[in-house]
Design a protein around this ligand. Structure first.
Ligand code: PLP
Length: 418
């Protein structure tokens, strides 16, 4: 355990005054750096005015304004917002909404979810049900729903001569086949667009998302995009699905929503889904799902300020330059005999550690831990996923800091394979 006393920008500081570069944005939540002046000020301003109020039968300005602003910046067609207080809850809500929406349409046979191999959507029971990472799932498997699992479009699976686009096409063909067979009993397909983060930063071609959208439309299936980790500029566009030119029926947001300040999440929905619940009289149509801290005013106010930063500053443009610098910094790793699949999507870059023969290390070898330890010694918070080393820094990182971060990881690779 490293007790942290304070943090500023990309730097965490412990009680001995030692600093660590937060190369993983404190588990992917931080966007603009720690102790950001504008976010601090927004929070300070909200404290003392309204910290929280019940969001049933009552509402408040930050919740209303945030919902309006999210709808403004969201992919076209998402017009309604349901709040919750963390990512897993947003996924639970999306799954329940999709199922209930089908029921409200009179489609009671649709009780199944389709999820991707290697997907991660959180660790509460519903979210864990559509998660396909054995480490998190195995112990609880007897308690979980059993979704239909379909091939991941992860480009690292490319056969010799195959491109990322080819793998995406292959995975989309598999999805088509699955829905051709089960389409009329499926209520929703859930996908992490562009990058399956927890699986080890597995990236795919946007073609998969276009094909998935078309398949859902053909079969009357609700498309849920989980942008909890990839939303808010992480992959180069404000939302990852923009790169495929598609919009989901339901979109889950959390993590970066408050810039890494407070727990808050939102599920954006289409008007068609919203309207299927809207009924004054038949109570069973209504969507019942409440969390005590739903739409917390402090969280909403900070989230609004996050959107203001995106509005006022050329965040995405600056990220493009930083991503180009990051690409150059990791490029030499491509020639390293113990490194495979160097890959990047916007402000996420990753590579896999392999043995001298180019084979993946067994999970139990846990060589990534050596990278963690070396990072802490040298002053960088790196946290490989198994044998995948990755970078997902706050957007305020400088080119010099990128060089330092990648340099420490490179030293870590040498120690990891020794
Ligand atoms: C982190 C994450 C979640 C879960 O969010 P929590 O706030 O940790 O519950 C869900 N989906 C994705 C893609 C995530 O990365």
């Amino acid at each position: 355990m490293v007790p942290i006393r304070r943090a500023q920008g990309v730097w965490l500081e412990d009680y001995d005054g030692k600093r660590y570069l937060d190369a993983i944005s404190s588990w992917w939540v931080n966007l603009f750096g720690h102790a950001h002046p504008r976010l601090d000020a927004a929070l300070r301003d909200q404290v003392g005015t309204l910290e929280h109020v019940i969001l049933a039968g009552f509402t408040h300005a930050p919740a209303i304004e945030l919902a309006e602003r999210l709808v403004e910046v969201a992919p076209a067609g998402l017009t309604r917002v349901q709040y919750a207080d963390n990512g897993s809850s947003a996924v639970e809500i999306a799954l329940k909404l999709a199922f209930h929406h089908c029921r409200n349409r009179g489609d009671t046979r649709r009780t199944q979810f389709v999820a991707l191999a290697g997907g991660y959507h959180g660790e509460t029971l519903g979210a864990l049900s559509v998660t396909d990472i054995p480490l998190y799932r195995e112990t609880y498997a007897p308690l979980l729903l059993t979704p239909l699992t379909t091939m991941s479009p992860d480009a690292t699976q490319a056969e010799p001569g195959e491109t990322a686009f080819d793998v995406a096409t292959r995975a989309a063909d598999a999805l088509d086949a699955l829905l051709a067979e089960h389409g009329d009993t499926v209520c929703a397909l859930i996908i992490e667009p562009r990058v399956q983060c927890a699986a080890g930063m597995r990236m795919h071609d946007p073609e998969y998302l276009r094909r998935a959208r078309a398949a859902c439309d053909r079969h009357g299936v609700v498309l849920i995009l989980d942008e909890i980790a990839v939303g808010f500029g992480r992959t180069g566009t404000l939302f990852a699905c923009e790169q495929a030119g598609i919009a989901p029926d339901l979109m889950c947001l959390s993590k970066g929503l408050t810039g890494g300040y407070l727990p808050l999440s939102a599920v954006l929905a289409t008007e068609a889904i919203y309207q299927s619940f809207y009924d004054e009289y038949t109570k069973l149509r209504a969507f019942l799902h409440s969390h005590s801290y739903t739409g917390n005013a402090l969280g909403c106010r900070v989230a609004l300020e996050v959107l203001n930063v995106f509005r006022d500053e050329p965040v995405l443009e600056r990220n493009r330059a930083l991503a180009a610098h990051l690409a150059n910094a990791i490029a030499p790793l491509r020639d390293h005999p113990n490194v495979r699949h160097v890959r990047q999507t916007g402000m996420i870059a990753a590579f896999d550690l392999v043995d001298a023969q180019g084979r993946a290390f067994d999970w139990s070898e846990r060589r990534g831990l050596r990278v963690v330890r070396h990072g802490l010694e040298r002053g960088a918070l790196l946290r490989p996923l198994g044998h995948t080393v990755y970078f997902m820094p706050p957007y305020c990182i400088t080119p010099d800091e990128i060089d330092f971060m990648v340099g420490v990881a490179r030293e870590g690779v040498e120690l990891a394979i020794a």
